[in-house]
Design a protein around this ligand. Structure first.
Ligand SMILES: *Cc1c(COP(=O)(O)O)cnc(C)c1O
Length: 387
């Protein structure tokens, strides 16, 4: 026996704790792979694997068979390399002077996305010799990518150095989450021209939402992110993914408050009945966004009255404003003995989806997940561990 405060203790005592179901993660990724048909399926693990931890997520998806990964930065790539030894790791923000060694030492593939990066990359090749890269081409998103015409000219340029050897040409959909949007087909047609120009080089267009658009969008490699993490890729469509992340916060105190009193900053919630409140250890500094407050937040214009928590079979609303470290829930409508100081309340998970919580905050599951990164204890479970 030891009296050392260990990870399990930390999780058991945490004010805010996040449980990541790696079994569900793998199932979701395999689901994406099945839907990708003949295309290979990568894993997008940027932003610390959407806030769920690039080390464990990377290692788990690598063990499940993922061999292509996308990260946003070279630092993320260097971390991932330790957990995905044989994988191809693409760095979406590309490469800048001074970063060559970071790329070479970790065997990272830069995604070249602008004329400046292309010029620099050509000079790297003339100094160091052959090294793979990917090319991002803009087909209408107007974020990163070489202009279409420049990309096609590059493909046809017989004078380009032989050591310039892109292994992937890619583009990104602007409206994939809106299947009826005509933009999808326009980008598809544009990208077909690009991929035809780079014949023999693998092509990639679809993120999670793009995978749902059907086989035409899959090309050689798909790039699912959000669906693997269980959140919705296509709003309005029933989400077929399993929830992966559960966020729970500890109830520090409960209190009874008389009708006519008000709750919290700005007295934003006026009580019209005798109420019971639970004060919970999570706030906007934890990524539990202030815009989920029950009232008085003009930023949110969703028509939704505020966020909810879930405890002992009951869904309970946020009361008043969410503060830096604390959130108040109105638990008046549930049996008193079911809510005790020390208990945990679900902020999102299998009872309140991350998307529902995000909508109450006027945002999307992506932001909800990636915001929860600052101050929590994290635990990983899998189907095996649950047995
Ligand atoms: C983030 C990202 C993805 C993954 O998108 P999801 O909507 O999370 O599936 C794919 N490709 C690019 C270029 C990205 O930036």
């Amino acid at each position: 026996m030891t009296d050392t405060f260990n990870d399990d203790d930390a999780f058991a005592c945490a004010g805010l704790r996040l449980t990541v179901d790696l079994g569900a993660l793998v199932e979701n990724w395999r689901d994406m792979a099945r839907r990708s048909g003949r295309a290979r399926t990568s894993a997008v693990v940027k932003a610390d694997a959407y806030g769920l931890g690039i080390e464990d997520v990377g290692e788990t998806l690598y063990a499940a068979g993922a061999r292509d990964f996308f990260v946003a930065t070279a630092d993320e790539g260097a971390t991932l390399r330790l957990y995905a030894p044989e994988a191809r790791i693409f760095v979406l923000s590309g490469i800048w002077p001074g970063m060559e060694r970071r790329f070479f030492e970790n065997d990272l593939v830069p995604v070249i996305a602008s004329e400046e990066q292309l010029t620099f990359w050509m000079s790297v090749l003339s100094d160091y010799g052959d090294y793979p890269c990917a090319l991002q081409v803009d087909t209408g998103f107007n974020r990163l990518g070489l202009p279409m015409d420049d990309a096609i000219a590059l493909a046809d340029d017989v004078s380009r150095p032989a050591s310039f050897a892109p292994v992937l040409v890619m583009s990104h959909l602007a409206c994939g989450d809106d299947p009826a949007n005509a933009m999808n087909r326009q980008q598809l047609e544009a990208f077909r021209k690009v991929s035809a120009a780079f014949e023999g080089i693998e092509a990639s267009l679809a993120n999670s939402a793009g995978i749902f658009l059907g086989p035409e969008y899959h090309f050689d490699l798909t790039r699912p992110g959000i669906a693997t993490y269980g959140a919705e890729a296509v709003p309005g469509m029933a989400n077929p993914m399993r929830p992966v992340a559960t966020a729970e916060a500890r109830i520090i105190q409960t209190r009874s408050v008389k009708s006519g009193e008000a709750v919290g900053y700005g007295r934003a919630l006026q009580l019209t009945r005798d109420s019971r409140l639970a004060i919970v250890s999570a706030g906007y500094a934890d990524g539990y966004m202030r815009s989920q407050s029950s009232g008085g937040v003009p930023l949110r214009q969703t028509g939704i009255a505020g966020g909810h928590g879930f405890i002992a079979g009951h869904k309970v609303p946020v009361a008043g404003r969410i503060t830096m470290d604390l959130t108040i829930f109105d638990v008046t409508d549930m049996p008193e003995h079911l809510v005790r100081a020390g208990d945990y309340i679900e902020l999102f998970g299998s009872n309140i989806s991350v998307d529902e919580a995000a909508k109450a905050a006027g945002t999307i599951g992506y932001e909800m997940l990636t915001s929860m990164g600052l101050r929590h204890e994290r635990r990983y479970i899998s189907e095996e561990a649950e047995e």
